[in-house]
Write a protein that binds this ligand. Structure first.
Ligand SMILES: [Zn+2]
Ligand SMILES: [Zn+2]
Length: 431
């Protein structure tokens, strides 16, 4: 896999909805009013660098009109949304007479994204940006929110695959899965997360942008409810307040280091932001993103980087799972037809384990899990060069290399499959 990284960009598209539970100030208002121009500019940049991104949109922006029951707007969403909520979640919602307030409605933004070249993915960022917080939010409200978002996507003929949790609070995943969504952007744990004092934590998270450590590269995985989790690598943060202290150069350096790490690890660099992160020091912010995209473009031209939306990642991951299942049934067939006597297999197993330990030693590496039959080879702690050494050692010991003898290449994933490959060739060699 090494030498083949992926860039994924996801954008939380919400205009005022990200702040609907906090009073929107004059300053907020001015920044949010710049959002459409920012979306247009982002799309132009994506067009220039041929980038397909995922725009997770708040469903309410797609509405042509709102539902009312007397003075209550959106009666379909149960209240209170959060326990201990003093006011109504929709307290800043425009009045009945206003159906085109640009801060709360955004069908024009949908059209901009939908008509962009290259095609962009439109994902979901919930219906009304309520936190999916299992300790605080009402599950009926979450269910109603997902249902409303799903209906709006369906009515527009939009896919409903990728989800971004409001405020990145990952919760109610069963409800997310049963709404038909297939995957989400998860949170990568950071070293400063465990700092108990919030202001200090924020300061350290800022400091992490100055320290020359590459942001994490990530790997999609299947979570316990069957959703594909594509964790984040880096936020392209806004540049107001304290965050203005971080230089553009530091941000670009971080982004490039993230891309390089993803390529080296054969993993994903998952960059994310809101259009509003470009509302302050706009020119500088666009220059930061462009510099990162320029670097990505160079890697793309060298054939070591691909750009994929979250939806592409999800499809790719699901297909690779299917392939893995197919492969393991291929191995099961091999196992069934295997005539090797149990005692021979036990002897073979211990030879393989002994060689495994020698390979670890040769590479000065350590086991990171128990060497059971179900151990995943890539997670044992032995690197790819170590595996090459293992195969050479076994060839010396057993007199054959089953991987060169294979008619159809299939790569073992677990230790059991690895032993099966040797057992099968052992049998062929001794027939
Ligand atoms: Zn509404
Ligand atoms: Zn948001």
């Amino acid at each position: 896999m090494s030498g083949n990284g992926t860039l994924t960009i996801s954008i939380d598209t919400e205009i005022a909805w990200g702040r609907c539970d906090r009073r929107i100030t004059q300053e907020d208002h001015a920044a949010l009013a710049r959002e459409r121009a920012i979306v247009q500019r982002l799309l132009a940049l994506f067009s220039a660098y041929n980038i397909q991104a995922t725009w997770a949109i708040v469903g309410h922006l797609l509405l042509k009109e709102c539902s009312w029951e007397g003075a209550v707007v959106h009666p379909e969403v149960p209240r209170p949304i959060l326990s201990g909520e003093i006011g109504d979640w929709f307290f800043q919602h425009p009045s009945r007479a206003v159906t085109d307030d640009p801060l709360w409605y955004g069908r024009d933004i949908l059209e901009l994204i939908r008509n962009a070249t290259p095609p962009q993915e439109i994902g979901s960022h919930s219906f009304c940006h309520m936190p999916f917080d299992e300790r605080r939010s009402n599950s009926d409200a979450v269910r109603a929110d997902l249902f409303a978002a799903q209906e709006l996507h369906e009515a527009e003929g939009l896919a409903f695959d990728s989800f971004i949790f409001p405020r990145n609070v990952v919760g109610y995943r069963e409800l997310v899965a049963s709404s038909g969504l297939k995957g989400y952007r998860g949170n990568t744990p950071h070293w400063y997360d465990s700092i108990p004092v919030p202001p200090l934590r924020r300061l350290l998270s800022l400091a992490s942008f100055v320290i020359p450590i590459a942001p994490p590269s990530v790997r999609p995985s299947l979570d316990s409810v069957g959703l594909v989790n594509i964790p984040d690598s880096m936020l392209l943060m806004g540049r107001n307040g304290l965050r203005a202290l971080i230089s553009s150069r530091a941000l670009v350096r971080k982004g490039i280091a993230g891309l390089q790490r993803a390529v080296k690890q054969g993993e994903v660099f998952h960059l994310w932001f809101h259009p509003s992160n470009f509302a302050h020091r706009t020119e500088e912010q666009f220059q930061v993103l462009e510099n990162i995209l320029q670097h990505a473009d160079g890697l793309k031209r060298r054939g070591v980087l691909k750009v994929r939306t979250m939806g592409d990642q999800i499809t790719l991951f699901i297909n690779s799972q299917k392939q893995a299942t197919k492969n393991s049934s291929k191995f099961a067939e091999v196992r069934e037809t295997m005539m090797l006597a149990t005692e021979d297999r036990t002897a073979l197993r211990s030879k393989i384990l002994a060689a495994f330990h020698e390979a670890l030693e040769a590479r000065q590496q350590h086991l990171s899990c128990e060497l059971s039959d179900n151990a995943i080879l890539l997670e044992t702690g032995l690197d790819s060069l170590g595996f090459a050494i293992l195969v050479v050692k076994l060839e010396e010991e057993l007199g054959y290399d089953p991987f060169v003898m294979m008619k159809e290449q299939c790569y073992p994933r677990t230790l059991r499959e690895f032993i099966d490959v040797y057992a099968k060739s052992y049998q062929n060699n001794h027939d």
